[in-house]
Design a protein around this ligand. Structure first.
Ligand SMILES: [Zn+2]
Length: 219
């Protein structure tokens, strides 16, 4: 008797799951057809936004993208709150300039840039962005320079933090690449890559590490 039980209960269980799944689908479909359905959630969200107007220190970044030619001047954080609209703008600004794809940047990366500029005494200055987010396609393209070089010749990592939206390559006008590197290293916040020939510094919020790439990097 006992041995036969599983073969009886299993189909029953499957049937119940299927029924529940269908019921939920029917409910969602009905909801789509009913005006006002889902309004309660929208209203609650709006109330929360109004109630949670953040106060405190304003964190601002001024960036110029060397590939797209775009500039952005944005307060992305107030006190301990990251502003969603500003995050959207920054994610778009830092999109992969080859494919136009964008990602969701780790806000800590913006704090890192802000901290870096504060330490340089240049919070009102513009950061030149050499490279932001990279799709895997773009990263691979850079690694092999479109098939004309080996990865060792390009200084581009296979699992680059750019693909995780945790890295940005930068220059700061009026600051030498070496000083920018030393200041980034003094923060002990993540990865710092020094590209003296191409004159930029890679800063990311991945594990703390450092490297120098003495060759030319096209990005
Ligand atoms: Zn980089």
């Amino acid at each position: 008797m006992n041995l036969r039980l599983p073969s009886v209960t299993r189909p029953l269980f499957l049937k119940r799951t299927l029924t529940t799944g269908l019921a939920l689908t029917a409910l969602s479909a009905a909801c789509l057809l009913m005006p006002g359905c889902g309004m309660r959630e929208t209203t609650m969200e709006a109330t929360q936004t109004v109630a949670a107007t953040p106060t405190g220190q304003k964190y601002e970044l001024k960036l110029h993208h060397l590939h797209t030619g775009e500039s952005i001047d944005v307060v992305y954080r107030v006190g301990n709150t990251y502003l969603p609209d500003a995050m959207d703008k920054l994610n778009h600004f830092l999109r992969d300039h080859r494919t136009e794809d964008q990602s969701h940047y780790d806000p800590k990366e913006f704090d890192l840039l802000h901290q870096l500029m504060a330490k340089l005494g240049k919070n009102d200055s513009v950061i030149d962005v050499v490279c932001g987010y990279r799709t895997p396609w773009s990263n691979n393209f850079l690694r092999t320079r479109g098939g004309t070089a080996s990865p060792a010749q390009t200084g581009v990592a296979k699992n680059s933090q750019h693909m995780q939206a945790k890295a940005i390559d930068i220059r700061v006008p009026g600051v030498t690449t070496a000083r920018l590197r030393d200041t980034a290293l003094s923060l002990h916040e993540g990865g710092v890559g020094y590209y003296p020939v191409s004159q930029f510094v890679h800063v990311d919020v991945g594990p703390v590490r450092q490297w120098t790439f003495a060759g030319a990097n096209s990005d």
